[in-house]
Design a protein. Structure first.
Length: 501
C-alpha cells in the first residue's frame, strides 16, 4: 500500500497530490487534520477561520474515501488517530513552526515545497550571488521572469519594458465613487459552510475560543472550482482596468479592479504559474493592456514569490528585528477592529473593511494601517501577529517579511530602501477618503490636524539621526528644519497618544 500523504490546510490544490518527482506516491491515501489548538493559540478573524475550515472540509469531501479527515485538539493527536506510528509524507510546510513539527516526527518524509515558482536552493544560490544583503525585488523579479519565460519575447520583456509602475500609479478618477468595473466572482455557500459556522458558534459558546471581526457570507473561494472561476472572471472582465488604479483607494469601492486571488493562492487552490499564464495569454490575445498584465504578474511572480523566499532565507532571527526600537503595545481599539471609535475617515473606513471582510487591498494595508502603526511606534512583532490573524490571506510566511521588512522597516533596510510612510497629502492624492474627514490633510497642528500629517513629522523627528543618512529620506528629514511649528506638532502628537485618532 502507498505511503499516506498529509495535506496541510494551505495545500489544497491538485498539484499537492500530483505524483512524480518530489511528490507523494501514486494513489497515496490522504490525511487531513483539523487541529483546534491552532484557534486557541491566536484570536483569528472569524471570516478567516471560516474560510480555512470550509476549504479543508470541501477538499475532504472531494477526496471521498481516499482521505482520513481527523478533528483533534492537536496535530500530534490527529496523526496518532490517522496513521498511528506509520510512515507519512508531507510537502514542505509554509511556516517554520510547522516545519519544526513535521521534522521532529518519526517516520515523516518532508517532500519539496509546492505552490511556488522557485525552489529554495535556486533562490539561495541567487541570493548568495548577490552577497545576501541588498536583495532587490526588481532584480529578483526579472530573474524569475527570465528563468520561467514569463511575459518575455525572446530575451526581452514583452511590451518593451520590465516595469510599468509609471503607468500603474494613477489617482482615482476625479469625482468617481467607483471604477465601474464588473464585480468580482462571489461564491455561493454550501451545507459545508453552514456546518463550519455552527461549529465556530459552538466553539465560542462552549470552549472559550474567541475570534475577532465578522463572519458574513463567505466572499472568497473555498474550492478549486470556485478559485478557477474567480481567476477566469478576473482575467476576462477585470484585468484590463487593474493596472492604472492598483494603488488608488475609493471608499465606496474597496475591491476596485483587484483580483481577490491572494487567499486562493495561499490556500493552494491556485498555482502561481497558471495565474500569470492566464494573464499573459490575455495580453497576447489583445484582451488586456500590457501595463495591467505586468502589474498583476509582478504581484505574483515578483512580490509574492520574493516574500516567500525571504521568509526562509532570512532565518528565524528576522522575526525579532526591531531596528527602530518600537515597543508600544497595540491599543484596544485596533485589536478589536473598532472602526466606529475612529474619527479619521481613512482609518475608520479601512478598519471597517477588515472587520467586515478580513481583507483590504495592499495600499490600505501599507499606507494606512501599516503607516499608522509605524508612526505610532507599535511593536513590530505585535503588528505582524495582528496582520497574520486578521486577514483571510495572512500566513506567517506572508506577513513576517511584509510587516517586519516592508511595512514597519524593523529590519533597518535589509528588504526595502526606505520606510513606507507619508503625510496626509499622499492619502488625499491617491484616494477620496479625506473629503468627509474631520481632519485636514494639510493641517499639522490644531483640532483638525491630520493624524498622518502630524504623525509623519513626529516620526521623522524621532528617528532623525538614523534617517538623515538614508539617501531616499535625507530630503524629507531636512524638511524638519523648515517647520516653524515643529514643537507644536510634537505636542499635538503627544496629546493624541494611543487613543483612536
Amino acid at each position: 500500500m502507498a505511503t499516506p500523504h498529509w495535506l496541510f490546510g494551505d495545500q489544497l490544490g491538485p498539484h499537492f497530490l500530483a505524483a512524480g518527482e518530489g511528490g507523494p506516491e501514486h494513489g497515496a491515501p490522504v490525511v487531513m487534520i483539523e487541529a483546534r489548538s491552532v484557534f486557541r493559540r491566536r484570536r483569528f478573524h472569524r471570516a478567516k477561520a471560516h474560510l480555512v475550515l470550509s476549504a479543508m472540509r470541501h477538499r475532504a469531501a472531494e477526496l471521498g474515501d481516499r482521505v482520513r479527515y481527523v478533528q483533534a485538539e492537536t496535530y500530534r493527536e490527529g496523526l496518532r488517530k490517522a496513521v498511528g506510528d506509520g510512515p507519512l509524507t508531507v510537502h514542505h510546510p509554509t511556516s517554520r513552526a510547522a516545519l519544526r513539527l513535521v521534522s521532529a516526527l518519526p517516520g515523516v518524509t518532508v517532500l519539496p515545497a509546492r505552490g511556488f515558482l522557485v525552489p529554495h536552493g535556486d533562490f539561495g544560490a541567487w541570493a548568495d550571488g548577490h552577497g545576501g544583503q541588498r536583495l532587490l525585488q526588481e532584480d529578483f523579479y526579472r530573474w524569475v521572469r527570465r528563468g520561467h519565460g514569463i511575459l518575455m519575447d525572446g530575451g526581452a520583456p514583452a511590451g518593451g519594458r520590465w516595469n510599468h509602475d509609471h503607468d500603474n500609479r494613477e489617482p482615482p478618477p476625479k469625482g468617481a465613487r467607483t471604477l465601474g468595473v464588473p464585480a468580482p466572482y462571489r461564491p455561493r455557500e454550501s451545507e459545508v459552510d453552514e456546518e463550519v459556522r455552527d461549529d465556530l458558534d459552538r466553539w465560542e459558546r462552549e470552549e472559550g475560543i474567541r475570534f475577532v471581526g465578522r463572519d458574513g457570507p463567505r466572499r472568497f473561494p473555498a474550492t478549486r472550482r470556485e478559485a478557477l472561476a474567480a481567476l477566469h472572471r478576473f482575467v476576462e472582465r477585470r484585468l484590463t482596468g487593474f493596472g492604472p488604479y492598483e494603488d488608488a483607494v475609493l471608499a465606496a469601492d474597496p475591491v476596485m479592479s483587484h483580483s481577490l486571488l491572494s487567499s486562493s493562492l495561499n490556500l493552494g487552490l491556485l498555482d502561481p504559474l497558471e495565474c500569470v499564464a492566464a494573464a499573459e495569454s490575455a495580453w497576447r490575445a489583445g484582451a488586456a493592456p500590457v501595463n495591467s498584465v505586468e502589474g498583476f504578474v509582478r504581484q505574483i511572480a515578483g512580490w509574492r514569490e520574493y516574500v516567500w523566499q525571504l521568509y526562509w532565507y532570512f532565518g528565524e532571527e528576522y522575526r525579532g528585528r526591531n531596528a527602530l526600537g518600537h515597543h508600544a503595545p497595540l491599543p484596544e481599539w485596533f485589536l478589536e477592529l473598532d472602526a466606529d471609535a475612529v474619527t479619521a475617515h481613512c482609518l475608520a473606513t479601512t478598519l471597517a473593511q477588515v472587520r467586515d471582510t478580513g481583507w483590504t487591498h495592499h495600499i490600505p494595508r501599507l499606507m494606512l494601517l501599516g503607516s499608522h502603526a509605524l508612526q505610532r511606534g507599535w511593536d513590530p512583532a505585535a503588528v505582524t501577529d495582528w496582520f497574520h490573524r486578521c486577514f483571510v490571506d495572512g500566513y506567517d510566511w506572508v506577513m513576517l517579511p511584509n510587516v517586519v521588512g516592508m511595512s514597519q522597516y524593523a529590519d533597518g533596510g535589509r528588504m526595502t530602501t526606505k520606510p513606507y510612510t507619508s503625510g496626509g497629502a499622499y492619502v488625499h492624492r491617491m484616494s477620496d477618503l479625506c473629503g468627509p474627514c474631520a481632519y485636514r490633510p494639510t493641517d499639522r497642528v490644531g483640532d483638525r490636524a491630520c493624524p498622518f500629517t502630524a504623525g509623519y513629522w513626529a516620526f521623522l523627528h524621532r528617528h532623525r539621526a538614523r534617517l538623515s543618512g538614508n539617501p531616499r529620506m535625507a530630503r524629507a528629514v531636512q524638511g524638519l528644519d523648515r517647520l516653524s511649528d515643529l514643537d507644536e506638532v510634537l505636542r499635538t502628537e503627544s496629546r493624541r497618544g494611543d487613543g483612536p485618532p
